[in-house]
Design a protein around this ligand. Structure first.
Ligand SMILES: N=CN[C@@H](CCC(=O)O)C(=O)O
Ligand SMILES: [Mn+2]
Ligand SMILES: [Mn+2]
Length: 311
């Protein structure tokens, strides 16, 4: 079965005796429908078929539920309307159908006036989200794709997987005559082959290594370059692979990073993109609750989503 499912019950803490506004997300969340004409659309991509095909550690299909669990108790802090569009699921290995379903929900969210916030799922989520952007914003001629990730995800593979989405996007952009402006922050020199570095260079991909984003000057240099990219593009697709973070901070991923980019730096980039006013969709990928510790990685996913929602 491959359809949107609404199985999560939004519930959480209620500070009934508190004075002032003590509301949390679970108290204002609404079910997606025709009335969703502004605000944010939460979309779950409860899929890890791409991780499985890529030889990784499955479990990211449970990511959206873990993310919602921590979003439920998120204090309300001026967010716009919040809509839960349910989950895309993938049964029987039909990944491409699930990605198409996600694309449809992303496009519908955009066309109704909502910002899609997608909760993965493996990073194969990106191919679904981007197809939805093309459908929902067909007028955009210059996309900027910003990936916070230890990996390029530009793999060649017979079967598309969690390591191929940005090559799939590049090929679609090329077919449509669109530029492929892809930036990656957090690349590990120890987790990508020479072939991937060469492909990134051949495709004009600009990237920053994890080791160059450890301190304020390194981050400032990256942000300066991103500011030019943000000014030049029409719209931005921002995606965060949670393995961009230090594994000690975010253990709940298939391929944790020994070094990683500190959360403060990741958040600075997210804030910069949000401030550009050009963000068209955001997703978080690779949350695998079965490998998490104290829900730390899920809390980061929820925090990033809330940060974007509070734009
Ligand atoms: N989306 C993840 N992609 C990584 C996973 C690497 C790994 O499992 O070690 C990749 O394909 O490079
Ligand atoms: Mn990654
Ligand atoms: Mn990735």
């Amino acid at each position: 079965m491959d359809r949107m499912e609404h199985s999560f019950e939004w519930q959480g803490r209620i500070d009934a005796e508190e004075t002032g506004d003590s509301r949390r997300w679970h108290q204002v969340m609404q079910a997606w429908g025709p009335g969703a004409t502004s605000g944010c659309a939460l979309i779950g991509f409860a899929v890890d078929e791409g991780v499985r095909r890529n030889g990784g550690r499955p479990g990211a299909a449970e990511g959206p539920a873990a993310c919602r669990k921590f979003l439920a108790n998120m204090p309300l802090m001026g967010e716009p309307a919040l809509w839960d569009a349910g989950d895309v699921r993938c049964d029987g290995g039909a990944l491409e159908a699930a990605q198409a379903r996600l694309a449809g929900q992303v496009a519908a969210s955009l066309q109704q006036g909502c910002l899609p916030l997608v909760m993965g799922g493996g990073h194969e989520v990106a191919w679904g989200t981007f197809q939805g952007l093309l459908q929902g914003r067909p007028e955009v001629q210059r996309w900027l794709i910003i990936n916070l990730d230890a990996h390029f995800d530009l793999r060649y593979a017979a079967a598309a997987n969690s390591g191929t989405p940005f090559l799939q996007i590049q090929q679609r952009c090329q077919a449509l005559g669109l530029p492929f402006d892809y930036r990656v922050l957090g690349i590990s020199r120890y987790a990508n082959t020479r072939a991937l570095f060469d492909r990134a260079q051949a495709l004009g991909v600009r990237y920053w290594l994890d080791e160059d984003l450890q301190d304020a000057p390194g981050l400032a240099a990256a942000q300066q370059a991103l500011a030019q990219d943000l000014a030049a593009c029409e719209a931005v697709y921002l995606t965060a692979c949670l393995d961009v973070l230090p594994g000690a901070q975010a253990p709940g991923v298939s391929a944790p990073s020994p070094l990683g980019v500190p959360l403060a730096a990741v958040e600075a980039v997210v804030a910069q993109v949000v401030a550009s006013g050009k963000l068209a969709a955001f997703d978080v990928a690779e949350l695998n609750p079965s490998l998490d510790r104290d829900g730390l990685t899920a809390r980061i996913a929820a925090r990033l989503i809330a940060k974007v929602a509070r734009r």
